[in-house]
Design a protein around this ligand. Structure first.
Ligand code: 5GP
Ligand code: ZN
Length: 110
């Protein structure tokens, strides 16, 4: 099992901030801002390249819940970041979206 599948299964502890039958959101272990949440589908999808017609409902559900998750952390302005693949710096090969905020965010790439 991959690291985030282990977290979903409860074999590795995490600080959960939201959970339902399809997705889990937890605090990043190495936060880059006062609010740094990782949102993952409970289904293992490697990254954006692994999204299909069959599993994209997990992705849409993540985005339906992101505003609620952010609000629960006291923010309504934030970045949603995804790293897809090695060159983009993806370090855990289980699809995830970072919610980063809680401060004036610094330099933008785009
Ligand atoms: P990536 O670099 O793949 O976009 O993001 C992976 C994220 O997972 C990193 O921000 C890293 O800090 C976080 N992370 C890695 N291992 C753990 C862990 O065991 N627990 C938690 N909560 N976050 C982790
Ligand atoms: Zn996984």
């Amino acid at each position: 099992m991959c690291l985030f599948c282990e977290i979903v299964a409860g074999n590795i502890p995490s600080t959960k901030v939201y959970e339902d039958d399809m997705i889990l959101a937890f605090k990043d272990i190495n936060p880059v801002a006062p609010v740094h949440i990782v949102v993952v589908p409970k289904l293992h999808i490697e990254n954006v390249n692994g999204i299909t017609e069959e599993n994209s409902k997990y992705v849409s559900h993540i985005f339906e819940k992101i505003p609620e998750i952010a609000k629960s952390q006291g923010i309504d302005s934030y970045r949603v970041i995804n790293n897809c693949g090695e060159d983009a710096g993806q370090s855990v090969m289980h699809l995830h979206f970072h919610i980063v905020g809680g401060t004036k965010l610094g330099e933008k790439i785009i």
